[in-house]
Write a protein of this length. Sequence first.
Length: 234
Amino acid sequence: MKSGGRLYGIGVGPGDPELLTLKALRLLRAAPVVAYQSASDRPSIARGIVSQYLTGNQIEVLYHLPRALEPEKAKSIYDQAVEPIAAHLAVGRDVVVLCEGDPFFYGSFMYLFTRLSDQYETEVVPGISSVMASPVALGLPFTYYTDILTVLPAPLPAEVLITQLLATDAAAIIKLGRHFTKVRDILHQLGLASRAKYIERATTSQQRIVPLDEVNPDEVPYFSMIVIPTKNKL
């Protein structure tokens, strides 16, 4: 039997506060401690999504998980990031950790889970991923029947992206940021540009849908996606 508080990782969805699940909302409101991560130079997106649901008397813990680090360099930083959360768990306080999208689908909560779940009782609540929300926001049926869907992180090498795109029926290309130009050029090379749709900050008040060739590569945020729906129609 594990001792201490209970750790919850809850998916808060892609941005629309109304896409939070009922279970996540119940746990969020009941938690004495709410933790969330952000980049060091900007407010937490996850907290912003659920801010209207916070009770006002909860302890809040902000931590930073820098992206794009080599695994060995990242490990010590992630180890330090979980220490304030572990301190609350150790004295018996339950902690809800907010995670954009889904905790286990490229979610930041995974780094906490691998470090804390062996020691403390842990529950993960799924959330709506932007990969599911973006096609809906675009008004595009994504896949039919036996279509194969592939999710591709844009930082992958060009040759890997090409191989995977040639072998699938539909695709979501995520984490675009500074990799947008590479991805756009590949889509033109493969004849997929006419099917590809660009969206950023899906479901939020800042959502933008822009034709692929009108996107400014210097202004593509991390939370952007290219959706390539199936060419099959049923």
